[in-house]
Each structure stands twice: as structure tokens, then as C-alpha cells.
Design a protein around this ligand. Structure first.
Ligand code: EPZ
Length: 413
């Protein structure tokens, strides 16, 4: 439940990045021995990953934000449907299982609310590394006595596709060149961990990555980088409420597109070291955005930015170029009084003076965050239902917002 109208003020620490922690925890499968991971966010998706890794035979210990994983007992090559369907990113185990056990049987992840989410490029890349791939009864069945390095061109700079192929290639024989690789900070973060484990990777974070296979890796102790999407979400919350919020423990360099667009709305954004201070403008200016692969404006910030535009002065256009169905939050925002028209992958937003609180339904992770943000700015009370979507990717978001002065609490569902 969110009662709108409060200015957010104060300081809050950002959690570790979900989309870096997921592939990095999975990379523990590549080595025998205890790996220690610090600053791991406490999220449903992290719990799902830990359940899957233990099902594959790894030992895990958790102490707060520290997770320790030892894949010495890793011997099960199958990732079942009932686990993979809970979290699509489970597909990330395919590369490591193939690299270490020579065969893999992983459920196809299927689509989700925001799109079909195919994995054809993951499979094409693994086939280029010599894997025999079959799709049987909703499962990927893959075999490879020894993965061999090769040239791989990714038709789309897929994030988890790049990560899957990196984890398959580090133990392959010979050199792999990944062209049109994803450049997100989470890719560089995974590469840094793999290099610390003894992998030979160059060009991570650029479109061309070169990986020379090595015979084995060694366990590591690493810390997960800050979550740029949680940071961006809280920056929008500050701008939306004419607030004055300082985010600490973040990485401003990973948010340049979001910072640039927020400044155009009139927000005052000042980055200093690992903190960002955001002061919201008295009047929010309308700004157009187009989501693009990194370093463009992130698709994971589109729904949040749309809330800001829905109470801006004038007309703004938002184009979603990454996923085919990522405007599900629009109908709920319109029930709160937003004036938005969608045609194809473009939304036209006419700013209104204020949204009005209403009972709304969350459908996917970032849409649920946008509905909470809308509640902060709305007149009256907003009840966001199915907030379990929120728990997949935000650690105690309502507590962080309450710390900043929001009138928000969670009811038992
Ligand atoms: C990652 O998903 C993130 N998830 C997503 O974050 C994020 O929205 C997305 O990258 C884009 O930045 C994780 O990192 C766990 P993609 P991913 O493969 O890897 C097409 C969140 O809210 N494609 O980069 O699944 C695909 O259809 C989540 O935290 C193929 O066609 O995204 C899409 O249009 C949501 N074939 C585009 O590429 C493939 O084999 C980008 O998808 C793979 C992808």
C-alpha cells in the first residue's frame, strides 16, 4: 500500500546487482572448491538460483549478503522444468553443465509477460563450439565430448546469451571470438570474475570478446557490483516526488544514459565517487526515450521513466526496441489517470497534473516497480497487488522507500 504525496529525502544504500549475481553464482559450476561471493542481493531470483545449483549437486552456504558455493559434488546434468520455469535466467546453467559434464538436459525457459524470450542464439553459439543440440519434449539436450573454440557472431547482442557462451568457452580447447557480444556492465563483471578464476578473456564490455580456453579454473572470493537498475529506479523516485535523495554504494558510470535523460527532465543529478544525489524539479519537463542495448537507455528502466513522463509537462514519446511486449504497465497507469497511447512499440505520453491512487496489478518485475513509483506521486492511496514480482529483483524496496520518507507498507497477501 502506498499513500502518495510525500517528498523523498535522505540517503539509502543500493544493493548488489541481480543481473550480475545470477551469472556469477552460476559460474561456480566451472570449478571445484569453495567460492565466496559478497554483496549478493537477497532476492527471490537469487534463492531460485541457489535451489537450482544445489539440485545440480553443488554445496551452498549463505550468511546474510555472503554466499559460498562449492561445485565439487556437481554431477547432475539436468535442470528440470519446475525450476527453470520459475526463473528464465536458469538457462545460464547450460554452458557450464556442458563444459564440465559433457552433456546437459535443460528445460526450455519459455516466454514471459514481456516477450517470447527465445534462446536460439544461445544454442547456435554452443553448436559453433561443437555441441550436438536437440530439442526434445520441451528440453534442450546437448552433448559435447570436448568444446572447441570458434568464431561466433551473435545476430542480437543477447546478455544471457553472451554470458552462457563465455562460460562455455573458458574451458573449451582453443580460441573463441564472440562478435556483437553484449556490452552491459554485468558482462564485464562476469568476465572479471572468470579472469580472477584463471580464464583468459579480452575485450569484455566491448562488442568483440576473445576467449582462449584454459584446462581448469580456481575458486575465488569476489564482491557483486551495485545494481544500476535499482539505482535508476530510486533516482526516478526522487525526481518524481521533488525529493532530495542520495544513493550510496552505487556505480554512476553505469547509469550515464539514465542520468542524462533525468537531467533533461530538470532533475539536478550530481555524482561523486560511489554516490549520486538527485533533487527533483518543481516542474518535470517531457523527454523522449528509446530503449537500446547498453550503453543506450536500458529497457529495464523504461516502465519507471514512463511514470515520470506521465506527470511531466507536455508530450513525450517512449520507444521500446528490445522486447516486443513491454508496455503491460500502461493499462494500469491509465487506471491511475495517466494519458498514454500505445501504437506498436511506441507510447505517446501526455503529462497530467497528478495521478490518482487506485488498486493496481503488477505483472512483471519492472512494471511492478513502476506502479509503486506511480503510487508515490499519486493523490490518495495505491494498492499494488502481486508484489511478489517486486521481490524477484528488488531487496526490500518498500523499506528503502520508507527510509526516505515514503508512506508505504506491505500487507500480507
Ligand atoms: C537480460 O535478459 C536481463 N536479464 C533482462 O533483465 C534485460 O531486460 C535484458 O537482458 C536486456 O537488457 C538478466 O540478465 C538475467 P537478451 P536476456 O537475451 O538476456 C532477443 C530484468 O528485469 N534474443 O539480451 O534474456 C530477445 O528476444 C530482466 O532484470 C533472441 O532473439 O535478454 C530480446 O528481444 C528482464 N535470441 C533481445 O534479444 C536469443 O537467443 C534481448 O534479449 C536471445 C535473445
Amino acid at each position: 500500500m502506498v499513500k502518495g504525496g510525500k517528498r523523498l529525502e535522505g540517503e539509502v544504500k543500493v544493493s548488489g546487482a541481480k543481473n550480475a549475481a545470477l551469472p556469477i553464482l552460476v559460474s561456480s559450476l566451472l570449478v571445484d572448491g569453495w567460492n565466496t561471493y559478497h554483496n549478493v542481493p537477497r532476492l527471490m531470483d537469487i534463492e531460485s538460483t541457489k535451489v537450482l545449483l544445489s539440485k545440480l549437486g553443488a554445496d551452498l552456504e549463505t550468511d546474510g549478503h555472503e554466499v559460498r558455493i562449492n561445485a565439487r559434488g556437481f554431477n547432475n546434468h539436468e535442470a528440470p522444468y519446475d525450476l527453470v520455469r520459475k526463473m528464465r535466467a536458469s538457462i545460464l546453467v547450460l554452458g557450464p553443465i556442458l563444459a564440465r559434464l559433457k552433456k546437459a538436459r535443460v528445460s526450455l525457459p519459455g516466454g514471459c509477460a514481456i516477450g517470447a524470450r527465445p534462446i536460439n542464439l544461445h544454442l547456435k553459439g554452443l553448436a559453433r563450439l561443437g555441441a550436438k543440440i536437440d530439442l526434445q519434449h520441451g528440453y534442450v539436450e546437448a552433448e559435447a565430448q570436448q568444446l572447441k573454440g570458434n568464431e561466433i557472431y551473435l545476430d542480437v547482442a543477447t546478455v544471457t546469451g553472451t554470458e552462457n557462451l563465455m562460460m562455455a568457452a573458458v574451458l573449451a580447447e582453443g580460441t573463441t571470438v564472440l562478435r556483437n557480444a553484449a556490452r552491459e556492465p554485468e558482462i564485464k563483471a562476469l568476465a572479471d570474475v572468470l579472469v580472477q578464476m584463471g580464464a583468459d578473456i579480452s575485450g569484455a564490455g566491448t562488442s568483440i570478446m576473445v576467449i582462449n580456453g584454459v584446462p581448469e579454473l580456481k575458486p575465488v572470493s569476489v564482491s557483486i557490483l551495485p545494481d544500476r537498475i535499482e539505482t535508476g529506479t530510486l533516482m526516478v523516485a526522487a525526481a518524481l516526488t521533488q525529493g532530495d535523495v542520495t544513493l550510496v554504494g552505487c556505480e554512476p558510470a553505469h547509469l550515464e544514459a539514465v542520468t542524462h535523460k533525468l537531467r533533461l527532465t530538470g532533475a539536478d543529478v550530481v555524482s561523486r565517487g560511489s554516490s549520486i544525489r538527485v533533487r527533483g524539479p518543481a516542474e518535470i519537463a517531457s523527454v523522449d526515450i528509446k530503449t537500446l542495448a547498453y550503453p543506450g537507455f536500458p529497457t529495464d528502466m523504461q516502465a519507471q521513466f514512463m511514470v515520470l513522463m506521465s506527470v511531466a509537462k507536455g508530450l513525450s514519446m517512449i520507444s521500446e526496441t528490445i522486447f516486443e511486449n513491454r508496455f503491460i504497465h500502461v493499462s494500469e497507469l491509465k487506471r491511475m489517470g495517466a494519458d498514454i497511447n500505445v501504437s506498436g512499440n511506441t507510447a505517446l505520453i501526455k503529462g497530467v497534473p497528478q495521478l490518482s491512487g487506485a488498486p493496481v496489478m503488477a505483472t512483471d518485475l519492472r512494471a511492478s516497480a513502476s506502479l509503486v513509483l506511480a503510487g508515490l506521486a499519486a493523490r490518495g492511496t495505491t494498492e499494488v497487488r502481486r508484489v511478489y514480482h517486486l521481490d524477484r529483483g528488488y531487496e526490500s524496496l518498500e523499506k528503502k522507500l520508507a527510509l526516505l520518507g515514503a508512506d508505504i507498507y506491505r500487507e500480507k497477501e
